[in-house]
Design a binder for this molecule. Structure first.
Ligand SMILES: [Zn+2]
Length: 164
């Protein structure tokens, strides 16, 4: 596991604390909630009664997708029981669909939640054989690599949709 930068890296001090934190998208006083908006189907690649699966607008790792609940809630702490009951199974289906793209070593699942207050998780494929991109540094590599084309992202979305 390595970073995509040459040594020596230098440590910087953390920024000043921001407390209280500003509202996130979908919180009172924040920007509108995207999954609850009329535009949320623009990048939709699959859905059922509980979940929606979306392609990202931009990524260096085609096959990256984000899964959102249809219901608006924030996190696991306030996830409705009927949603929680299907979470593991739908994650397994998405993982298999991303693996089916081929040349995928692992599918990483991320839940950050810093940007939006509507429950969503990311699935990000680590390219097969890219052991240097293992673990937490994958997103640093994603940030440093050239962006995929819109067609590459759309094609991955079509194939994942078909595999769901
Ligand atoms: Zn929402």
């Amino acid at each position: 596991m390595t970073l995509p930068y040459a040594e020596p890296l230098t440590v910087i001090a953390p920024a000043q604390l921001v407390v209280p934190e500003p509202p996130r998208r979908g919180e009172e006083g924040g920007e509108p909630c995207f999954p609850c908006s009329d535009h949320s189907d623009d990048n939709l690649i699959w859905s059922d009664d509980i979940w929606t699966l979306h392609s990202p607008g931009q990524t260096a790792l085609p096959g990256s997708v984000w899964l959102a609940s249809r219901a608006h809630f924030d996190s696991f702490a306030d996830m409705p029981p009927d949603v929680a009951a299907t979470f593991g199974a739908v994650c397994g289906r998405v993982e298999l669909a991303v693996l089916a793209l081929g040349d995928v070593g692992r599918v990483h699942l991320y839940r950050w939640g810093d940007g939006g207050a509507h429950f969503h998780v990311w699935f990000v494929p680590r390219p097969l054989g890219r052991l240097d991109m293992s673990g937490a540094h994958l997103m640093a590599w994603e940030d440093a690599m050239p962006a995929a084309t819109e067609e590459q992202i759309a094609e991955a979305g079509r194939r994942i949709s078909a595999a769901m």
